[in-house]
Design a protein around this ligand. Structure first.
Ligand code: ADE
Length: 251
């Protein structure tokens, strides 16, 4: 039996997840039982008969705040002995491949989707282990952010991506961007595929790809290389293979 990654999502908009769960890698992984995603409606833990999940903010101000009691009750019911509780919020730690990888290595993750002006602070202090933001912008709720986490982590669960070798050189897997990719045709509107890729010299192609990955990272995301010196071999590779001509100007 392949390992199972279990995710419980607590949300006030369960319908947001329709479609997303059923397609592509995630759909297949769920069908195979490798990844188990359960979507829960927060209202199920809210006080009957009205099952209200939000309320006005103490101290005044616009907008509503998600109440603490239903979230705490949901987490306490779902967490079990091994649940890692994550709150999706624009105030969280930025999501990186390293964080994704750490979550994929946990057997059981509980994702709480924030909404409105925020979540009662006591949710954080009482049940949350980790707060994650998917970027410095504000979404209307944590649902899309939860999908980002699930999508990025599920593909790292062993058995989900059929050919695990394809995870090795991809962008962010090794703290740098990936190299440019080409497929047919060999020439498009005057732009040719770099000849080395047609040469059949596998070692040379590998060296070209590493050089392009480094050029691209240096040009686009120099921050990823900060705190790490390029080795003499990497500098030599970059000198031997200049940036690929199809690199967009100014990038
Ligand atoms: N909820 C609203 N905005 C968010 C963000 N940027 N990341 C995670 N959750 C959010």
């Amino acid at each position: 039996m392949s390992p199972v990654w279990q995710v419980d999502v607590i949300t006030t908009f369960p319908e947001s997840f329709g479609g997303f769960l059923d397609v592509s890698l995630l759909g297949k992984a769920r069908a195979a039982g490798t990844v188990d995603v359960r979507i829960h409606n927060l209202r199920d833990w809210a006080e009957p008969p009205h099952r209200v999940t939000d309320d006005y903010a103490y101290g005044g101000g616009p907008g509503m705040v998600l109440k603490a009691e239903p979230i705490v009750a949901a987490v306490e019911e779902l967490r079990g002995s091994d649940g890692r509780v994550v709150l999706l919020t624009p105030q969280g730690e930025p999501l990186t491949q390293a964080r994704v990888s750490a979550l994929a290595a946990r057997p059981h993750v509980i994702l709480i989707c924030g909404r409105y002006e925020g979540v009662d602070e006591r949710v954080r202090t009482l049940v949350v282990d980790e707060e994650i933001s998917v970027g410095d912008y504000v979404l209307s709720g944590g649902e899309v952010a939860a999908m980002v986490v699930i999508d990025a982590a599920a593909r790292l669960v062993p058995g989900v991506v059929g050919d695990a070798a394809s995870l090795v050189g991809e962008s962010h897997a090794e703290g740098r961007l990936s190299h440019p990719q080409f497929t047919r045709p060999e020439e498009l509107r005057g732009q040719r595929v770099p000849p080395v890729l047609l040469s059949g010299h596998h070692a040379r192609i590998e060296r070209w790809r590493r050089a392009q990955a480094l050029h691209r990272t240096q040009r686009r995301r120099a921050d990823l290389l900060e705190g790490r010196e390029l080795s003499a071999e990497e500098r030599q590779l970059m000198a031997e293979f200049p940036p690929c001509e199809t690199e967009a100007p100014g990038s």
